[in-house]
Design a protein around this ligand. Structure first.
Ligand code: NAP
Length: 300
């Protein structure tokens, strides 16, 4: 199938490679020539503008967008809206907020153009294993993309989950769950690491637990790999970014009165990880000193 591809970063480039490996015809765009060159080496036709990308495709055109969520996606989707015509379809494979996706789908509908919000999971391993795809959109529109979904995903790894917005909603929750899982493993390994008297071999325990234990998982396999490289993680700073889905998951839980304490706490732990000194902890120490005379440690 011939398809335009916008965004050739960690995700987009590997997806182009997987599509090329299966014989799809790709017209690829990213702003910088250095981002486009590797796609060219994979046999994609590379173009220096979205106008050129649209010109290179035959109607009904399909364009997959894989750029950072927020402003970059908004600009790209808006520019494509101006350039594309009735019958063409855009697939946003990035981690967009589902409300933005539902709004963008409405714009596209105004011009009788298709829109698909496709949550994409698999990270840098997707090239080898395939990408897990969860997408929202109209049935007739998503069915046109079947050959592309089939190539990108592993067996049984793609699903039409509902109307526009639902693909990115499901992806948001996938990532919300990921926050909580990472936090649980992190706390468990922190306690193991703290038990100095046993001098526990953390990579060996991660490996062991991956052999039939109830907590075995792909994340634990990745933990095993990371701990083999650096058993006490001494080379890494405990600073954890977030890219939106954890916040959105917690907000959705609040809006719908759904209890989700573990996801919310995992999100707040990430915020905590970015503080050298927490004002809140200073506050507690100061008050304990005020009411009970408990000692405070002074800043050095
Ligand atoms: N990394 C992951 O594990 C992962 C997993 C699932 C989903 N996602 C989602 O997938 C999307 C892409 O992530 P990524 O990790 O591949 O990001 P990335 O490595 O930062 O790559 C972004 C790509 O988009 C291009 N780009 C940036 N701004 C652009 C713009 N305004 N117009 C056109 N192209 C633009 C960049 O190249 P130029 O600067 O040359 O334009 C680059 O090729 C994001 O929405 C992300 O949340 C990522």
């Amino acid at each position: 199938m011939k398809i335009g591809f916008v965004g050739l970063g960690r995700m987009g480039l590997n997806m182009v490679q997987r599509l090329r490996n299966d014989g799809h015809d790709i017209v690829a765009y990213a702003r910088k020539e250095s981002s486009r060159e590797p796609a060219k080496a994979m046999g994609a036709t590379t173009v220096a503008s979205l106008e050129e990308l649209v010109d290179q495709l035959e109607a009904p055109r399909k364009v997959w967008v894989m750029v950072p969520e927020g402003e970059a996606t908004e600009e790209t989707i808006r520019e494509l809206w101006n350039l594309l015509s009735k019958g063409d379809t855009v697939i946003d494979g990035g981690n967009s907020n589902y409300k933005d996706s539902a709004r963008r789908a409405k714009w596209y509908k105004q011009k009788d153009m298709g829109y698909i919000d496709c949550g994409t999971s698999g990270g840098i391993w997707g090239l080898k294993i395939g990408y897990c795809l969860m997408y929202g959109g109209e049935k007739e529109i998503v069915s046109q993309l079947e050959p592309v979904f089939k190539t990108l995903a592993p067996k049984d790894g793609y699903l039409h989950v509902g109307p526009n917005g639902s693909g990115h909603f499901v992806k948001m929750m996938h990532n919300g769950i990921e926050y909580a899982l990472l936090q649980a493993y992190a706390e468990g390994f922190e306690i193991l690491n703290a038990k100095k008297e046993f001098n526990l071999d953390l990579p060996a325990i991660a490996h062991l637990w991956n052999q039939g234990s109830v907590v075995r998982s792909w994340l634990l396999e990745l933990a095993e790999d990371a701990l083999k490289k650096d058993p006490r993680l001494e080379s890494i700073k405990g600073f954890v970014e977030d890219s939106g889905e954890g916040r959105w998951s917690a907000k959705e839980a609040i809006d719908m009165d759904v209890p989700a304490p573990t996801i919310a706490l995992a999100l707040f732990e990430r915020f905590r990880s970015r503080q050298d000194q927490s004002f809140g902890n200073k506050f507690i120490a100061a008050l304990r000193n005020e009411f009970g005379g408990h000692a405070v440690k002074k800043q050095g």
